[in-house]
Design a protein around this ligand. Structure first.
Ligand SMILES: [Zn+2]
Length: 297
């Protein structure tokens, strides 16, 4: 899907709405309140009605599109731009490209699309898993963990080889914190967990470590690959994240760092997916609402 395809297939809000209906309710329109079948009303704005709970709604009711004054055609174009830009795209550029009235509108739009990229109910990672941490922010932050960590934000990356990548904006890289992300994301039956020789992993991965399933690569000795022991795939994802932050987003506040991490991982995990645009739209029409108040709280 490219810009021309999106323009051709979705030239009007009506066409956009038809697609959202198909993505939101593949098995027929359901009432968002009581989940019963609903019927379409004969009006211009494509209203639906549920007679079980006496509720009128549109396809965007209770979704991130809710309460937006932007035409759906612009939403669709912004979604394509965000999901196809490998290193991300700034709200400023979205504003100019789509001719949006204000930076604030573009900023809120981008954040809502990002919010829809949050994955719920993810399975535990299995097989061969790499885990690493990096530090973002402060002076010379792009030099990574060799420079001082003071004033920097910690990002943890976990990636199953040949599988999913996850990024987390963590409060630090201490043992307890690493252990929490290991427990929440990595299966206890993981074949091997690869990390560097950062001391905190000893305690954090204790349960995996005891029978030799935790392998470390000795970065302190400047060894980066030893047989199949390396953390290079998660590190290459980190460098993409950093290039994105430097090149497109310029300044990312600590408060919104997780949102950018989520966006990068979402795109990275779908880099070979030819259906990326539709997949993103499906997330958007089924994700929970993100209000401006919540975003700026
Ligand atoms: Zn109902």
């Amino acid at each position: 899907m490219n810009l021309v395809d999106v323009n051709t297939m979705f030239p009007t809000d009506e066409k956009c709405r038809e697609m959202l209906v198909r993505l939101r309710w593949p098995e027929g329109v359901r009432c968002p309140r009581c989940k019963m079948d609903a019927i379409e009303l004969e009006t211009e704005k494509t209203l639906y009605y549920c007679k079980q709970c006496d509720y009128q709604f549109t396809v965007t009711a209770g979704t991130i599109f809710n309460d937006s004054h932007l035409p759906l055609t612009k939403w669709f174009l912004a979604t394509l731009l965000l999901c196809e830009a490998k290193k991300g795209m700034s709200a400023c550029q979205i504003q100019r490209t789509l001719g949006l009235g204000s930076y604030k509108t573009a900023w809120y739009l981008c954040h809502r699309i990002r919010h829809a990229m949050i994955e719920s109910q993810r399975p535990m990672l299995d097989g061969k898993v790499e885990m690493d941490e990096t530090f973002i922010g402060g002076k010379n932050w792009w030099q990574g963990k060799n420079s001082l960590h003071k004033g920097k934000e910690t990002v943890i990356g976990i990636r199953q080889r040949g599988g999913e990548l996850r990024f987390f904006h963590a409060k630090d890289a201490r043992s307890g914190t690493l252990g929490k992300y290991i427990r929440e994301n990595i299966s206890e039956d993981v074949d091997i967990l690869y990390t560097d020789d950062w001391n905190a992993y000893k305690g954090a991965a204790k349960h995996i470590r005891k029978d030799g399933r935790h392998k470390t690569i000795r970065h302190k000795l400047r060894i980066y690959v030893k047989g199949d022991t390396y953390t290079n795939t998660v590190e290459s994802a980190f460098s993409l994240l950093k290039r994105g932050i430097m090149g497109s987003w310029h300044r990312v506040s600590a408060k919104h760092l997780q949102a950018y991490c989520t966006e990068m991982a979402f795109r990275f995990n779908r880099r070979d997916n030819s259906d990326l645009f539709m997949d993103t739209l499906r997330h958007m029409i089924t994700a929970p609402v993100l209000t401006f108040q919540k975003l700026t709280a």
